[in-house]
Design a protein around this ligand. Structure first.
Ligand SMILES: [Zn+2]
Length: 441
């Protein structure tokens, strides 16, 4: 079959199932679930795979589902990825009233795009030289940390990100190239957006430990943990002038406990903080400065500080050959003027982890409105959000696996991973530490 005939066949199949693809998106939008709890969403995906006739394995990293087309075929293995989970936003109109889970990050659209692509590719997979994995993965949003800590303690997971867990479990070992499209609402209308990567981060849980005393009568008998953090925060701010522009550093703390009663000197203050930057090297360097600043705050008032680090996500490194293929295909469907190269993203995703070890891309599709994660986030146009976006996947997979899959083979040959899988897992473990610091005099 010619390339054009493959495209026509796949596209007409997608168009034929248009309503079904949109229904799946809506059903998931209206039944959001948090990471590692996406049981109902997973059931919907499994049902869709069964309807299309896609073989799959499920319950991977708790709720993940790995479908495959062209199983056992010689040639490269390309994975299309979609995320199952929602964020928490109680103000979102379609939020779960009990849990606050809300699809304000557009993950429901990703799943619809993956199902749409699967419907199209199923018809033509026999004519391609390789396998297509349809990987629907849990827990991209880095939230509900206490729940994840429990899962970790009980031995269900080791890392807090779904893709991190799936890498650890070896579920990406057989995959050569990874592609995932994410929703974006920064630009209106039909848009295809490619960023020059994104930030990675480390998550920090910090506890300042002081000594309580009557805040009015005898504050001199106390050690004020809130003052310790106040000084630490000033020290963090003093470090900001040392951050390099190109590292795109973000250091953003919140206080989750500021004291007990206002008539007591605060003896315990809890803080959560992210250190984000564009490279692992920068994240590590800034993290060290933050630890010193935290210790300085404790030292200044004679308090103690306990720092627990969890590895967050690594920076996205978009593969340049995949970028141009994807951009060309998006341009074919929505016009060259609507394909934009945009600034590196300050946020983070565990697609970053994958792109450190595999050739991959994490571009964005626009036709959404309202700020991502906000109560205003909506689909602006269904055709682009679900259908055209499915077709971008289809064109890209065809480009990669057509003929003898020369294009995919070249990308794999040319790729130098930033990290091997073993080194990657070692890095995650090295970023995870707990220390308690006290000025000894
Ligand atoms: Zn997202």
């Amino acid at each position: 079959m010619t390339k054009k005939a493959l495209v026509d066949t796949a596209f007409s199949e997608i168009d034929k199932h248009r309503d079904k693809i949109i229904d799946i998106a809506k059903s998931i939008l209206h039944e959001p679930e948090e990471g590692f709890k996406e049981y109902k969403t997973a059931r919907k995906v499994k049902k869709a795979f069964e309807d299309i006739g896609i073989k799959y394995r499920s319950d991977l990293a708790i709720t993940g589902i790995k479908g495959v087309l062209g199983e056992g075929k010689e040639g490269p293995v390309i994975a299309i990825i979609a995320e199952l989970d929602a964020i928490i936003n109680n103000d979102y109109p379609f939020a779960d009233t009990k849990t606050g889970a809300a699809h304000a990050c557009g993950h429901f659209a990703q799943i619809a795009q993956l199902i749409g692509a699967a419907i199209g590719l199923k018809k033509i997979a026999d004519n391609l030289s390789g396998q297509i994995v349809l990987f629907v993965v849990p827990a991209e949003e880095y939230i509900n940390l206490e729940f994840r800590e429990t899962l970790k303690k009980e031995g269900h997971i080791k890392y807090y990100g779904g893709k991190q867990e799936l890498i650890r479990l070896g579920e990406f070992d057989d995959i050569d190239i990874v592609i995932m499209q994410h929703a974006q609402s920064e630009y209106s209308g039909r848009k295809a957006l490619i960023a020059d990567g994104s930030n990675g981060f480390i998550g920090k849980n910090i506890r300042f430990i002081g000594k309580e005393a009557h805040a009015g009568d005898s504050p001199y008998n106390g050690i004020n943990a809130l003052n310790a953090f106040n000084i630490a925060l000033s020290a963090i701010h003093a470090q900001r002038e040392t951050f390099r522009d190109e590292d795109s550093v973000r250091v953003h703390p919140i206080i989750t406990k500021g004291g007990d009663g206002v008539n007591n000197v605060p003896s315990e203050v809890k803080v959560e903080l992210y250190v984000r930057a564009r490279t692992v090297k920068a994240i590590k360097a800034i993290n060290k400065k933050i630890d010193i600043a935290l210790m300085a705050g404790a030292m200044a008032v004679g308090a103690q500080v306990e720092i627990s680090n969890t590895p967050g996500y690594l920076p996205v490194e978009n593969n340049s050959q995949l970028k141009s293929i994807w951009a060309k295909n998006a341009a074919e469907l929505i016009g060259k003027e609507n394909v934009l190269y945009i600034r590196p993203r300050g946020g983070s995703t565990d697609m970053g982890d994958l792109t450190q070890i595999k050739p991959g891309i994490h571009p964005y599709v626009g036709s959404f409105s309202g700020e991502l994660h906000s109560r205003e986030f909506r689909v602006a146009e269904e055709e682009m959000a679900y259908i055209i976006s499915s077709k971008i996947y289809v064109l890209t997979v065809i480009d990669l696996l057509y003929g003898e899959a020369e294009t995919a083979k070249k990308i794999i040959r040319d790729f130098t991973p930033k990290l091997s899988k073993d080194k990657y897992l070692e890095l995650l473990d090295s970023l995870s530490y707990k220390k308690r610091w006290k000025y000894e005099g």
